[in-house]
Design a protein around this ligand. Structure first.
Ligand SMILES: Cc1cc2nc3c(=O)[nH]c(=O)nc-3n(C[C@H](O)[C@H](O)[C@H](O)COP(=O)(O)OP(=O)(O)OC[C@H]3O[C@@H](n4cnc5c(N)ncnc54)[C@H](O)[C@@H]3O)c2cc1C
Length: 287
């Protein structure tokens, strides 16, 4: 199908971009990689009267340490994250998840910001942001607003971003101790959306867990944080009974739906198995 008619605006800098958003707000859509938006336009599930293309805006693609956080520009391509040495060193959960998003062609275009604002409950990076306790930085003509990832995902394809706000940066706190992380994804074939996936992020001090983050994909109306499991892990030494209890609590936290990919019971058990597996690898030092 062909998209409906729309006007096209191509701002050159952030100021122009937020001014365009202030002017057109809810009538407009930001175009980043287009990997989710273009299919929606073609199917006419989205029919904005204006497209604001941010691909020529300077200063939105980077991944670097900044003020104690790891800062990632919202237009950073998923492929760039998969290959970034700093990402591998400082935020292993992102390094593990990025190459598992879609396929190489989608990753070359798709952006971290687009993936988060699209807020597909089966999207991978939302769970990673929950596990790493990221903060999302929104910009509008009113100024900057910092939104914790845990307050960003409100429901299927729904976020806390206002219609006139542009997502400009993601800030991931750096581990005080050693960062440990992984992303385990069950997919029907390589390149698919997840049937179930689990993001795990630990800040470890020797053998002790200072802070734990567990995000879940495709087992609820939005990406979910398994907070009871995180609490059970915090302060532990990742012994086997604690790992099994955290895995059970994470499985309890999810709310999957039965569909052609599997029953709700099956998906819930995959969450349990993946959380257990990710934590066992972390305990052995392999994650
Ligand atoms: C074949 C295929 C397979 C895929 N498989 C997976 C998968 O396995 N896992 C997965 O997680 N994803 C998958 N995706 C989705 C992919 O990751 C998309 O690239 C991503 O969801 C959207 O990123 P984008 O940059 O293309 O955003 P766009 O499509 O350009 O935009 C998506 C939405 O975000 C808004 N937006 C974008 N950037 C901003 C911004 N900076 N500020 C405010 N609003 C913004 C847009 O207005 C739009 O509403 C797949 C997509 C395809 C086509």
């Amino acid at each position: 199908m062909l998209p409906g008619e729309f006007d096209y605006v191509r701002p050159r800098d952030l100021q122009e971009a937020v001014q365009a958003l202030a002017r057109y707000g809810g009538e407009s859509k930001v175009l980043a990689g287009g990997q989710s938006l273009i299919p929606l336009l073609k199917l006419r599930f989205a029919a904005p009267s204006v497209l604001i293309d941010i691909n020529r805006v300077d200063g939105l693609e980077y991944a670097r340490i900044s003020n104690g956080t790891f800062a990632i520009g919202a237009r950073t391509r998923q492929a760039a994250l998969a290959h970034d040495a700093g990402v591998h060193e400082h935020i292993p959960t992102v390094a593990s998840a990025s190459p598992q998003v879609a396929d190489p062609i989608v990753r070359n275009w798709g952006t971290l910001g687009g993936s988060l604002v699209h807020a597909d409950p089966a999207g991978d990076m939302g769970a990673v942001m929950l596990a790493t306790r990221a903060e999302l930085v929104a910009l509008s003509v009113r100024g900057e607003r910092v939104i914790p990832a845990r307050e960003f995902f409100l429901g299927p394809f729904t976020t806390a971003l206002e219609p006139d706000e542009l997502l400009v940066e993601v800030r991931i706190p750096r581990a005080v101790g050693r960062p440990v992380g992984s992303y385990l994804k069950l997919e029907r074939k390589v390149g698919d959306f997840a049937t179930v996936a689990v993001a795990m992020s630990l800040d470890k001090d020797g053998g002790t867990v200072r802070q734990a983050g567990i995000g879940l994909t495709a087992v609820g109306a939005a990406n979910l944080a398994a907070t009871a499991a995180e609490d059970a892990l915090t302060g532990s030494r990742l012994d086997e009974p604690t790992i099994r209890e955290a895995a059970r609590l994470a499985a309890d936290a999810c709310d999957p739906r039965s569909d052609i990919r599997g029953s709700a019971e099956y998906k819930r058990d995959v969450v349990r198995v993946f959380v257990q597996r990710a934590l066992q690898r972390a305990a052995r030092g392999d994650a």
